[in-house]
Design a protein around this ligand. Structure first.
Ligand SMILES: CC(=O)SCCNC(=O)CCNC(=O)[C@H](O)C(C)(C)COP(=O)(O)OP(=O)(O)OC[C@H]1O[C@@H](n2cnc3c(N)ncnc32)[C@H](O)[C@@H]1OP(=O)(O)O
Ligand SMILES: CC(=O)C(=O)O
Ligand SMILES: [Mg+2]
Length: 368
Protein backbone atom coordinates (compact mmCIF):
# COMPACT_ATOMS: atom_id res chain seq x y z
CA UNK A 1 0.00 0.00 0.00
CA UNK A 2 1.31 3.47 -0.88
CA UNK A 3 1.86 5.94 1.92
CA UNK A 4 -0.67 8.76 2.16
CA UNK A 5 2.26 11.11 1.47
CA UNK A 6 2.90 9.82 -2.05
CA UNK A 7 -0.65 8.80 -3.01
CA UNK A 8 -0.87 11.84 -5.30
CA UNK A 9 2.59 11.48 -6.86
CA UNK A 10 2.57 10.59 -10.60
CA UNK A 11 3.37 6.89 -11.18
CA UNK A 12 5.72 7.61 -14.10
CA UNK A 13 8.25 10.35 -14.76
CA UNK A 14 6.58 12.95 -16.97
CA UNK A 15 3.00 11.73 -16.32
CA UNK A 16 0.40 14.38 -15.42
CA UNK A 17 -0.27 14.96 -11.72
CA UNK A 18 -3.26 12.95 -10.43
CA UNK A 19 -6.42 14.93 -9.68
CA UNK A 20 -7.19 15.66 -6.02
CA UNK A 21 -10.94 15.71 -6.56
CA UNK A 22 -13.01 13.82 -9.11
CA UNK A 23 -14.97 16.38 -11.14
CA UNK A 24 -18.75 16.14 -10.67
CA UNK A 25 -19.54 16.14 -14.39
CA UNK A 26 -23.10 15.13 -15.28
CA UNK A 27 -23.15 11.51 -16.40
CA UNK A 28 -26.79 10.47 -16.24
CA UNK A 29 -26.49 8.11 -19.21
CA UNK A 30 -23.32 6.29 -20.24
CA UNK A 31 -24.38 5.29 -23.73
CA UNK A 32 -22.69 2.13 -25.03
CA UNK A 33 -21.93 1.67 -28.71
CA UNK A 34 -19.78 -0.76 -30.68
CA UNK A 35 -17.30 1.47 -32.54
CA UNK A 36 -16.70 -1.27 -35.13
CA UNK A 37 -20.39 -1.49 -36.04
CA UNK A 38 -20.82 0.91 -39.00
CA UNK A 39 -24.50 1.62 -38.26
CA UNK A 40 -23.83 2.51 -34.61
CA UNK A 41 -20.66 4.45 -35.41
CA UNK A 42 -22.57 6.53 -37.99
CA UNK A 43 -24.98 7.68 -35.28
CA UNK A 44 -22.30 8.94 -32.90
CA UNK A 45 -21.74 12.48 -34.31
CA UNK A 46 -25.45 13.31 -34.02
CA UNK A 47 -25.59 11.95 -30.46
CA UNK A 48 -22.95 14.39 -29.23
CA UNK A 49 -24.68 16.99 -27.05
CA UNK A 50 -27.74 14.77 -26.53
CA UNK A 51 -26.14 12.38 -24.03
CA UNK A 52 -23.72 13.03 -21.17
CA UNK A 53 -21.31 10.17 -21.97
CA UNK A 54 -20.62 8.16 -25.12
CA UNK A 55 -18.72 4.94 -24.40
CA UNK A 56 -16.94 2.98 -27.11
CA UNK A 57 -17.28 -0.61 -25.93
CA UNK A 58 -14.45 -3.01 -26.75
CA UNK A 59 -15.32 -5.84 -24.32
CA UNK A 60 -18.32 -8.19 -24.05
CA UNK A 61 -20.91 -7.80 -26.85
CA UNK A 62 -18.08 -7.29 -29.36
CA UNK A 63 -17.27 -10.57 -31.12
CA UNK A 64 -13.73 -11.92 -30.77
CA UNK A 65 -13.03 -11.49 -34.49
CA UNK A 66 -14.25 -7.86 -34.37
CA UNK A 67 -12.06 -6.65 -31.48
CA UNK A 68 -9.54 -4.93 -33.76
CA UNK A 69 -12.32 -3.30 -35.82
CA UNK A 70 -13.86 -1.95 -32.60
CA UNK A 71 -10.54 -0.56 -31.33
CA UNK A 72 -9.67 1.05 -34.67
CA UNK A 73 -13.22 2.38 -35.02
CA UNK A 74 -12.92 4.06 -31.64
CA UNK A 75 -9.63 5.70 -32.61
CA UNK A 76 -11.29 7.08 -35.75
CA UNK A 77 -14.34 8.33 -33.85
CA UNK A 78 -12.20 9.91 -31.13
CA UNK A 79 -10.03 11.70 -33.66
CA UNK A 80 -12.80 12.88 -35.97
CA UNK A 81 -15.84 13.66 -33.80
CA UNK A 82 -16.30 17.31 -32.80
CA UNK A 83 -17.45 17.99 -29.25
CA UNK A 84 -16.67 14.49 -28.01
CA UNK A 85 -14.36 14.30 -24.96
CA UNK A 86 -11.68 16.77 -23.84
CA UNK A 87 -14.14 19.16 -22.17
CA UNK A 88 -16.76 18.97 -24.97
CA UNK A 89 -20.46 18.68 -24.17
CA UNK A 90 -20.31 14.87 -24.24
CA UNK A 91 -17.62 12.90 -22.44
CA UNK A 92 -15.76 10.11 -24.25
CA UNK A 93 -15.28 6.89 -22.29
CA UNK A 94 -14.20 3.42 -23.33
CA UNK A 95 -14.64 -0.05 -21.83
CA UNK A 96 -11.42 -1.96 -22.42
CA UNK A 97 -11.20 -5.73 -22.52
CA UNK A 98 -10.66 -7.73 -19.33
CA UNK A 99 -7.18 -7.64 -17.81
CA UNK A 100 -6.64 -11.37 -18.45
CA UNK A 101 -7.73 -11.17 -22.11
CA UNK A 102 -5.41 -11.21 -25.14
CA UNK A 103 -6.69 -7.77 -26.24
CA UNK A 104 -6.32 -5.43 -23.30
CA UNK A 105 -2.66 -4.51 -23.71
CA UNK A 106 -3.24 -3.48 -27.33
CA UNK A 107 -6.39 -1.60 -26.27
CA UNK A 108 -4.39 0.59 -23.90
CA UNK A 109 -1.23 0.99 -25.97
CA UNK A 110 -3.30 1.93 -29.04
CA UNK A 111 -5.91 4.20 -27.46
CA UNK A 112 -3.78 6.35 -25.15
CA UNK A 113 -1.30 7.63 -27.79
CA UNK A 114 -4.02 8.03 -30.44
CA UNK A 115 -6.93 9.57 -28.50
CA UNK A 116 -5.69 9.88 -24.89
CA UNK A 117 -6.18 13.66 -25.08
CA UNK A 118 -9.89 13.06 -25.81
CA UNK A 119 -10.55 10.11 -23.48
CA UNK A 120 -12.10 11.09 -20.15
CA UNK A 121 -12.52 7.69 -18.50
CA UNK A 122 -11.36 4.10 -19.05
CA UNK A 123 -13.84 1.57 -17.72
CA UNK A 124 -12.18 -1.63 -16.50
CA UNK A 125 -14.34 -4.78 -16.43
CA UNK A 126 -14.26 -7.65 -13.93
CA UNK A 127 -12.17 -5.81 -11.35
CA UNK A 128 -11.37 -8.18 -8.50
CA UNK A 129 -9.34 -6.05 -6.13
CA UNK A 130 -6.98 -3.10 -5.72
CA UNK A 131 -4.22 -4.97 -7.61
CA UNK A 132 -6.19 -4.66 -10.86
CA UNK A 133 -6.51 -0.89 -10.44
CA UNK A 134 -2.79 -0.60 -9.55
CA UNK A 135 -1.88 -2.36 -12.81
CA UNK A 136 -4.02 -0.03 -14.93
CA UNK A 137 -2.88 3.01 -12.92
CA UNK A 138 0.80 2.38 -13.62
CA UNK A 139 0.45 1.51 -17.28
CA UNK A 140 -1.76 4.56 -17.91
CA UNK A 141 0.87 6.78 -16.24
CA UNK A 142 3.60 5.35 -18.49
CA UNK A 143 1.51 5.78 -21.62
CA UNK A 144 0.40 9.29 -20.64
CA UNK A 145 4.03 10.31 -20.07
CA UNK A 146 5.08 8.87 -23.43
CA UNK A 147 2.20 10.62 -25.20
CA UNK A 148 2.86 13.93 -23.43
CA UNK A 149 -0.69 14.14 -22.04
CA UNK A 150 -1.43 17.05 -19.74
CA UNK A 151 -4.36 15.61 -17.78
CA UNK A 152 -4.75 12.13 -16.35
CA UNK A 153 -7.29 9.68 -17.75
CA UNK A 154 -9.68 8.55 -15.01
CA UNK A 155 -10.58 4.94 -14.23
CA UNK A 156 -14.00 3.38 -13.61
CA UNK A 157 -14.39 -0.19 -12.33
CA UNK A 158 -17.25 -2.59 -13.06
CA UNK A 159 -18.28 -4.58 -10.01
CA UNK A 160 -19.13 -7.93 -11.52
CA UNK A 161 -17.46 -10.64 -9.47
CA UNK A 162 -18.10 -11.81 -5.92
CA UNK A 163 -14.47 -10.99 -5.06
CA UNK A 164 -14.88 -7.49 -6.49
CA UNK A 165 -17.93 -6.92 -4.30
CA UNK A 166 -16.07 -8.24 -1.24
CA UNK A 167 -13.19 -5.82 -2.02
CA UNK A 168 -15.31 -2.86 -3.03
CA UNK A 169 -13.88 -0.35 -0.52
CA UNK A 170 -10.25 -1.08 -1.42
CA UNK A 171 -11.07 -0.86 -5.14
CA UNK A 172 -12.61 2.60 -4.70
CA UNK A 173 -9.57 3.83 -2.77
CA UNK A 174 -6.90 2.16 -4.92
CA UNK A 175 -5.92 5.21 -6.98
CA UNK A 176 -6.62 8.93 -7.26
CA UNK A 177 -7.76 8.09 -10.81
CA UNK A 178 -10.80 6.19 -9.52
CA UNK A 179 -13.84 8.01 -10.92
CA UNK A 180 -16.59 5.55 -10.06
CA UNK A 181 -18.15 2.11 -10.09
CA UNK A 182 -20.86 0.45 -12.14
CA UNK A 183 -22.88 -2.61 -11.29
CA UNK A 184 -22.29 -5.53 -13.68
CA UNK A 185 -25.38 -7.63 -12.94
CA UNK A 186 -24.93 -10.20 -15.72
CA UNK A 187 -21.38 -11.33 -14.95
CA UNK A 188 -21.97 -10.87 -11.23
CA UNK A 189 -24.99 -13.20 -11.34
CA UNK A 190 -22.93 -15.83 -13.15
CA UNK A 191 -19.96 -15.48 -10.81
CA UNK A 192 -22.19 -15.77 -7.75
CA UNK A 193 -24.04 -18.71 -9.30
CA UNK A 194 -27.32 -16.86 -8.96
CA UNK A 195 -30.15 -18.68 -10.73
CA UNK A 196 -31.13 -15.91 -13.12
CA UNK A 197 -30.76 -15.67 -16.90
CA UNK A 198 -31.14 -11.90 -17.42
CA UNK A 199 -29.07 -8.72 -17.84
CA UNK A 200 -30.09 -6.61 -14.83
CA UNK A 201 -33.58 -5.90 -13.54
CA UNK A 202 -35.79 -7.91 -11.22
CA UNK A 203 -37.07 -11.46 -11.21
CA UNK A 204 -40.68 -12.56 -10.53
CA UNK A 205 -39.46 -15.40 -8.33
CA UNK A 206 -37.60 -13.11 -5.93
CA UNK A 207 -40.49 -12.03 -3.73
CA UNK A 208 -42.11 -11.96 -0.34
CA UNK A 209 -45.73 -12.99 0.20
CA UNK A 210 -48.31 -11.44 2.49
CA UNK A 211 -49.16 -13.51 5.58
CA UNK A 212 -52.28 -15.69 5.22
CA UNK A 213 -55.45 -14.17 6.67
CA UNK A 214 -56.84 -15.79 9.85
CA UNK A 215 -60.23 -17.49 9.99
CA UNK A 216 -62.74 -16.93 12.82
CA UNK A 217 -61.21 -19.86 14.71
CA UNK A 218 -57.77 -18.24 14.43
CA UNK A 219 -56.33 -20.73 11.91
CA UNK A 220 -54.36 -19.56 8.86
CA UNK A 221 -56.37 -19.56 5.61
CA UNK A 222 -53.63 -20.99 3.42
CA UNK A 223 -55.88 -21.23 0.35
CA UNK A 224 -56.70 -17.50 0.39
CA UNK A 225 -55.39 -15.15 -2.31
CA UNK A 226 -52.31 -13.35 -1.00
CA UNK A 227 -50.46 -10.39 -2.43
CA UNK A 228 -46.81 -10.88 -3.36
CA UNK A 229 -44.20 -8.14 -3.52
CA UNK A 230 -41.32 -8.52 -5.93
CA UNK A 231 -37.98 -7.60 -4.31
CA UNK A 232 -34.90 -5.96 -5.81
CA UNK A 233 -32.14 -8.50 -6.47
CA UNK A 234 -29.55 -5.71 -6.68
CA UNK A 235 -30.36 -3.71 -3.56
CA UNK A 236 -27.54 -5.14 -1.44
CA UNK A 237 -24.83 -4.66 -4.05
CA UNK A 238 -25.90 -1.16 -5.04
CA UNK A 239 -26.10 -0.08 -1.41
CA UNK A 240 -22.54 -1.36 -0.84
CA UNK A 241 -21.33 0.43 -3.97
CA UNK A 242 -22.97 3.70 -2.92
CA UNK A 243 -21.36 3.64 0.52
CA UNK A 244 -17.92 2.69 -0.82
CA UNK A 245 -18.07 5.43 -3.47
CA UNK A 246 -19.31 8.11 -1.06
CA UNK A 247 -16.55 7.19 1.39
CA UNK A 248 -13.93 7.77 -1.33
CA UNK A 249 -15.48 10.80 -3.08
CA UNK A 250 -16.23 8.93 -6.32
CA UNK A 251 -19.46 8.12 -8.18
CA UNK A 252 -21.74 5.03 -8.27
CA UNK A 253 -23.79 4.00 -11.31
CA UNK A 254 -26.40 1.38 -12.06
CA UNK A 255 -25.37 -0.76 -15.06
CA UNK A 256 -27.20 -2.31 -18.00
CA UNK A 257 -30.90 -3.11 -18.23
CA UNK A 258 -31.11 -5.74 -20.95
CA UNK A 259 -34.87 -5.86 -21.58
CA UNK A 260 -34.77 -3.02 -24.10
CA UNK A 261 -38.52 -3.29 -24.86
CA UNK A 262 -39.59 -2.99 -21.21
CA UNK A 263 -39.10 0.74 -20.77
CA UNK A 264 -41.33 0.83 -17.68
CA UNK A 265 -39.33 -1.70 -15.64
CA UNK A 266 -36.14 -0.08 -16.91
CA UNK A 267 -37.28 3.27 -15.54
CA UNK A 268 -38.20 1.68 -12.18
CA UNK A 269 -34.80 0.00 -11.85
CA UNK A 270 -32.99 3.23 -12.75
CA UNK A 271 -35.10 5.18 -10.24
CA UNK A 272 -34.29 2.77 -7.41
CA UNK A 273 -30.60 3.37 -8.12
CA UNK A 274 -31.11 7.17 -8.30
CA UNK A 275 -32.92 7.21 -4.96
CA UNK A 276 -30.21 5.09 -3.32
CA UNK A 277 -27.49 7.53 -4.43
CA UNK A 278 -26.34 6.57 -7.94
CA UNK A 279 -25.57 9.46 -10.29
CA UNK A 280 -26.29 7.67 -13.56
CA UNK A 281 -26.70 4.43 -15.44
CA UNK A 282 -25.87 2.71 -18.70
CA UNK A 283 -27.86 3.01 -21.89
CA UNK A 284 -27.58 0.09 -24.31
CA UNK A 285 -30.06 1.33 -26.90
CA UNK A 286 -30.79 4.91 -28.00
CA UNK A 287 -34.26 4.72 -26.43
CA UNK A 288 -32.77 4.25 -22.94
CA UNK A 289 -30.99 7.64 -23.05
CA UNK A 290 -34.18 9.65 -22.50
CA UNK A 291 -35.18 7.36 -19.63
CA UNK A 292 -31.83 7.83 -17.91
CA UNK A 293 -31.83 11.61 -18.45
CA UNK A 294 -35.32 11.86 -16.98
CA UNK A 295 -34.70 9.62 -13.97
CA UNK A 296 -31.28 10.99 -12.99
CA UNK A 297 -32.42 14.64 -13.11
CA UNK A 298 -34.28 15.76 -9.96
CA UNK A 299 -37.96 16.42 -10.61
CA UNK A 300 -39.35 19.95 -10.62
CA UNK A 301 -41.44 19.01 -7.56
CA UNK A 302 -38.36 17.85 -5.63
CA UNK A 303 -36.46 21.02 -6.49
CA UNK A 304 -39.39 23.23 -5.51
CA UNK A 305 -39.53 21.50 -2.12
CA UNK A 306 -35.74 21.53 -1.69
CA UNK A 307 -35.55 25.26 -2.39
CA UNK A 308 -38.33 25.96 0.09
CA UNK A 309 -36.45 24.04 2.77
CA UNK A 310 -33.22 25.92 1.96
CA UNK A 311 -35.05 29.26 2.20
CA UNK A 312 -36.85 28.26 5.40
CA UNK A 313 -33.70 27.07 7.14
CA UNK A 314 -31.95 30.46 6.94
CA UNK A 315 -28.47 29.96 8.44
CA UNK A 316 -28.90 26.17 8.20
CA UNK A 317 -29.37 25.43 11.89
CA UNK A 318 -32.40 24.80 14.07
CA UNK A 319 -35.77 23.26 13.24
CA UNK A 320 -38.79 24.60 11.35
CA UNK A 321 -42.21 23.24 10.39
CA UNK A 322 -43.00 23.17 6.67
CA UNK A 323 -46.29 21.68 5.44
CA UNK A 324 -46.74 19.94 8.78
CA UNK A 325 -43.29 18.31 8.69
CA UNK A 326 -40.18 19.00 10.73
CA UNK A 327 -37.14 20.17 8.76
CA UNK A 328 -33.70 20.63 10.30
CA UNK A 329 -29.98 20.65 9.53
CA UNK A 330 -30.07 17.06 8.20
CA UNK A 331 -33.04 17.41 5.87
CA UNK A 332 -31.45 20.67 4.66
CA UNK A 333 -28.30 18.72 3.68
CA UNK A 334 -30.42 16.30 1.61
CA UNK A 335 -32.12 19.24 -0.07
CA UNK A 336 -28.75 20.82 -0.87
CA UNK A 337 -27.66 17.61 -2.65
CA UNK A 338 -30.70 18.00 -4.92
CA UNK A 339 -30.28 21.74 -5.46
CA UNK A 340 -26.57 21.36 -6.32
CA UNK A 341 -27.33 18.54 -8.76
CA UNK A 342 -30.05 20.64 -10.39
CA UNK A 343 -27.58 23.51 -10.81
CA UNK A 344 -24.98 21.23 -12.43
CA UNK A 345 -27.55 19.80 -14.81
CA UNK A 346 -29.10 23.17 -15.64
CA UNK A 347 -25.64 24.35 -16.71
CA UNK A 348 -25.55 21.74 -19.51
CA UNK A 349 -29.24 21.13 -20.27
CA UNK A 350 -31.20 24.23 -21.43
CA UNK A 351 -34.57 22.45 -21.23
CA UNK A 352 -34.00 21.50 -17.59
CA UNK A 353 -32.71 24.98 -16.83
CA UNK A 354 -35.97 26.44 -18.14
CA UNK A 355 -38.01 24.05 -15.98
CA UNK A 356 -35.98 24.76 -12.82
CA UNK A 357 -35.93 28.54 -13.47
CA UNK A 358 -39.73 28.57 -13.75
CA UNK A 359 -40.20 27.13 -10.25
CA UNK A 360 -41.94 29.49 -7.88
CA UNK A 361 -41.68 29.02 -4.13
CA UNK A 362 -43.69 30.51 -1.31
CA UNK A 363 -42.92 30.79 2.37
CA UNK A 364 -45.11 28.53 4.47
CA UNK A 365 -42.87 27.89 7.45
CA UNK A 366 -43.28 28.35 11.14
CA UNK A 367 -40.38 28.43 13.59
CA UNK A 368 -40.25 25.62 16.10
C1 LIG B 1 -23.76 -7.16 -19.94
C2 LIG B 1 -23.04 -6.08 -20.69
O1 LIG B 1 -21.83 -6.09 -20.81
S1 LIG B 1 -24.01 -4.81 -21.32
C3 LIG B 1 -22.90 -3.89 -22.35
C4 LIG B 1 -22.59 -4.55 -23.65
N1 LIG B 1 -23.71 -4.54 -24.57
C5 LIG B 1 -23.87 -3.54 -25.45
O2 LIG B 1 -23.06 -2.63 -25.52
C6 LIG B 1 -25.08 -3.62 -26.34
C7 LIG B 1 -25.26 -2.33 -27.13
N2 LIG B 1 -26.51 -2.35 -27.89
C8 LIG B 1 -26.70 -3.17 -28.93
O3 LIG B 1 -25.82 -3.94 -29.35
C9 LIG B 1 -28.01 -3.07 -29.66
O4 LIG B 1 -28.71 -1.94 -29.21
C10 LIG B 1 -28.94 -4.28 -29.44
C11 LIG B 1 -28.27 -5.58 -29.94
C12 LIG B 1 -29.34 -4.43 -28.00
C13 LIG B 1 -30.22 -4.03 -30.25
O5 LIG B 1 -29.83 -3.73 -31.57
P1 LIG B 1 -30.89 -3.69 -32.75
O6 LIG B 1 -31.71 -4.95 -32.74
O7 LIG B 1 -30.17 -3.34 -34.00
O8 LIG B 1 -31.82 -2.49 -32.30
P2 LIG B 1 -32.79 -1.64 -33.20
O9 LIG B 1 -33.20 -2.40 -34.44
O10 LIG B 1 -33.90 -1.14 -32.34
O11 LIG B 1 -31.85 -0.41 -33.61
C14 LIG B 1 -32.38 0.72 -34.26
C15 LIG B 1 -31.23 1.52 -34.81
O12 LIG B 1 -30.44 2.01 -33.73
C16 LIG B 1 -29.09 1.57 -33.86
N3 LIG B 1 -28.59 1.24 -32.54
C17 LIG B 1 -28.94 0.22 -31.73
N4 LIG B 1 -28.25 0.24 -30.60
C18 LIG B 1 -27.44 1.31 -30.67
C19 LIG B 1 -26.48 1.86 -29.78
N5 LIG B 1 -26.22 1.28 -28.62
N6 LIG B 1 -25.85 3.00 -30.15
C20 LIG B 1 -26.09 3.58 -31.35
N7 LIG B 1 -26.99 3.08 -32.24
C21 LIG B 1 -27.65 1.97 -31.90
C22 LIG B 1 -29.16 0.34 -34.75
O13 LIG B 1 -27.94 0.13 -35.43
C23 LIG B 1 -30.29 0.70 -35.68
O14 LIG B 1 -29.76 1.54 -36.69
P3 LIG B 1 -30.48 1.71 -38.16
O15 LIG B 1 -31.78 2.43 -37.88
O16 LIG B 1 -29.52 2.53 -38.93
O17 LIG B 1 -30.69 0.32 -38.67
C1 LIG C 1 -22.31 -4.77 -17.07
C2 LIG C 1 -21.68 -6.04 -17.28
O1 LIG C 1 -20.63 -6.13 -17.87
C3 LIG C 1 -22.35 -7.19 -16.79
O2 LIG C 1 -23.49 -7.07 -16.31
O3 LIG C 1 -21.76 -8.26 -16.86
MG1 LIG D 1 -19.80 -8.00 -17.74
Amino acid sequence: MRSAKDFFAPLAVGAPAPVREIPARPSRAIHFFDPGNPKMAAKVPDMVGTVDVLLGNLEDAVKADKKVDAREGLVRIGQETEGLGAGGPTQLWTRINALDSPWVLDDLTTLVPAIGHKLDVVMVPKVQGAEDIHYVDRILAQLEAKAGLERPILVHAILETARGVANVEEICGASPRMQGLSLGPADLAADRRMKTTRVGGGHPGYLVRQDPPRGEDGTSQLDAQRTTYQQDLWHYTIARMVDACAMHGIYPYYGPFGDIADVVACEDQFRNAFLLGCVGTWSLHPKQIAIANRVFSPSVEDIRHARRVVAAMGDGTGAVMLDGKMEDDASLKQCLVMVELAEQLAAIDPELKQQYDAIETDDATTEA
